[in-house]
Design a protein around this ligand. Structure first.
Ligand code: SAH
Length: 249
């Protein structure tokens, strides 16, 4: 999958995306990440990328010329998304849609990072295909948002994760539930014991326990997800009765 990022701080994105799973995915060719420095496409001696807003007001706005010049020079894979607090809220569903672009004719997608007070509106109107927000919070720039999106998308690519099942059973995927609580060794840590059923070897019961705990945890922590899947079935209610919930903070 090719991902192009347009930014005045390519080092932030390149650095983050060189470690761990992302670094490996780039090394083995699964992720072809190309970061482009918008500042290289300025034409004045000071390499200015921002200017004061028309109409007055605080802060600076990114100028359209270097952004258009950089994007047009590269001709990146589309769709090209502007990162912006007003955009479509990024979630697991959008991550899966972006991961699917790896097999589309474009072979990927692109991200444009703003800075300062934001970007000249003509970029939004005439250059990008859409806008993505990572949540109702304001960052100082789009770079961290780009890293977040690239990480969530890359781990969904076939072959990116060692255990291919892990992205199917985890939170927000498939069942629409949060993942059940997980435990590893030691079985007894400071007197807090791992539930016996997980050590029973009875895999049919373990599966039922896990589903019950995923339901309990989702009810306790994200009831909106239960509502989104139209509540609980009678079988699920019976399962909740059979296996009591683990404690949640
Ligand atoms: N003045 C703008 C915020 C600008 S923040 C406003 O009130 O909407 C500067 C840049 O950071 C933005 O251009 C955008 O690229 C990035 N950014 C900030 N918050 C973001 C968010 N929640 N999601 C994605 N990008 C964000």
């Amino acid at each position: 999958m090719r991902v192009d990022v347009f930014t005045i701080f390519p080092g932030i994105v390149n650095g983050f995306c060189s470690e761990s799973l992302l670094g490996k995915s780039r090394e083995n060719g699964l992720l072809d990440l190309r970061c482009h420095d918008v500042r290289e496409h300025t034409s004045d001696v000071h390499r200015t990328v921002d200017d004061a807003p028309f109409g007055g007001g605080a802060g600076m706005v990114m100028r359209p010329e270097p952004i258009f010049a950089c994007v047009e020079h590269v001709d990146p894979p589309r769709p090209l998304f502007l990162l912006s607090p007003g955009g479509h809220r990024f979630d697991q569903k959008l991550a899966a849609e972006l991961a699917a672009t790896h097999s589309a004719p474009s072979g990927g997608f692109s991200l444009l990072c703003g800075r300062y007070e934001g970007i000249d509106h003509r970029v939004r109107e005439h250059l990008v295909d859409g806008e993505i927000s990572i949540g109702d919070v304001v960052l100082s720039g789009g770079e961290v948002a780009a890293c977040l999106i690239i990480e969530a998308v890359t781990r969904l690519l076939p072959g990116a994760m060692g255990n291919a099942m892990s992205s199917v059973t985890e939170s927000f995927s498939g069942t629409g539930l949060l993942e059940e609580p997980q435990f590893t060794r030691p079985a007894d840590f400071r007197g807090w014991e791992v539930p016996n059923i997980l050590r029973s070897g009875n895999h049919a019961q373990i599966d039922r326990w896990r589903l019950a705990q995923a339901l309990h945890r989702t009810l306790a922590q994200r009831n909106d997800l239960i509502e989104a899947r139209q509540g609980l079935s009678n079988d699920e209610l019976a399962l909740l009765e059979e296996f009591p919930a683990l404690p949640y903070p």
